[in-house]
Design a protein around this ligand. Structure first.
Ligand code: ZN
Length: 282
């Protein structure tokens, strides 16, 4: 089973009125004005999944500081998951600074969401050590919803959407909420390398890493490095589609000198275990 845990869909209605939102939300404005930015609908994604042989995708809208926009995004992905329950799993986006955060997560969960994210601590201006992030962690933990968080490396070249939330904050957040399942996007900004430290490995037991945007960031040897660190079972295929096609990742995986079994783990088996309730009988 091939599963992508990191894709972004934009409701066509929102795309039609996008200018309205770009003015309201500075971060969204930056992301959408990047020359690399593309909009994809549920139909676009299904077509791409069929072409690439992907079975399932955990679909997110785009998390904004505007809770109304988050809700519109959520309605769209929830509806897409309802229409294609064998292909899509809905993820809820929320603004942790909004007082309606918990209510929106509950609403989405009741309507079938299987996780929360991708949220952007830097872009949505919430601190991982702050009260709001603590509330977010508690709500996700209580409902057993994995939380997909954007963390990027703080060294190297600049690109749109690159923030300054560090792996230290990410490591502390995971240590503070050991029962919470976290997926740190973009290889966790490099946090995975510190799993070579026994105490960090111990604190990050419920942390997974996705590969989103990896081909722009790391040499493909990163897959074998993850194997050496002993965390291949925590690596999840995330494409950041429509930024990149799944094909790009498949190619790298083939060239990364892994065994077919290890490739299967990354391409979907690890994610199936994480989302087992939603992928059973498949
Ligand atoms: Zn991201």
């Amino acid at each position: 089973m091939l599963i992508d845990v990191h894709v972004h869909l934009f409701p066509p209605d929102v795309v039609g009125r996008i200018k309205e939102y770009l003015e309201k939300d500075e971060f969204l404005g930056q992301i959408c004005s990047s020359p690399l930015h593309k909009y994809a609908s549920a139909e676009d994604l299904l077509e791409e999944m069929d072409k690439c042989g992907l079975d399932r995708a955990a679909i997110s809208g785009f998390a904004s500081s505007d809770q109304g926009l988050c809700r519109e995004m959520n309605d769209y992905v929830l509806e897409a998951a309802r229409s294609s329950p064998q292909r899509f799993m809905a993820m809820a986006v929320v603004s942790p600074l909004d007082p309606g955060m918990e209510k929106e997560i509950s609403r989405c969960h009741e309507l079938g969401a299987v996780g929360v994210g991708e949220l952007f601590p830097w872009g949505q201006k919430f601190a991982l050590e702050g009260r709001e992030a603590g509330e977010l962690a508690s709500v996700c933990e209580e409902r057993n919803l994995p939380l997909l968080l954007h963390i990027n490396e703080i060294v190297g070249h600049y690109y749109t959407g690159k923030g300054d939330v560090s792996i230290r904050e990410a490591a502390d957040f995971a240590a503070k909420y050991p029962e919470l399942t976290i997926i740190y996007a973009h290889w966790g900004g490099g946090l995975l390398f510190y799993e070579l430290m026994p105490e960090i490995k111990n604190q990050l037991q419920k942390v997974y890493y996705d590969t989103a945007a990896g081909p722009f960031l790391y040499h493909k040897n990163i897959y074998r490095v993850a194997r050496e660190i002993g965390i291949l079972h925590k690596i999840l295929l995330g494409t950041d589609y429509p930024l990149l096609s799944p094909r790009r990742y498949f190619r790298e995986l083939q060239e990364a000198d892994l065994t077919p079994r290890e490739i299967e783990m990354i391409k979907g088996e690890n994610a199936a275990r994480l989302f087992y309730k939603h992928t059973s009988g498949f």
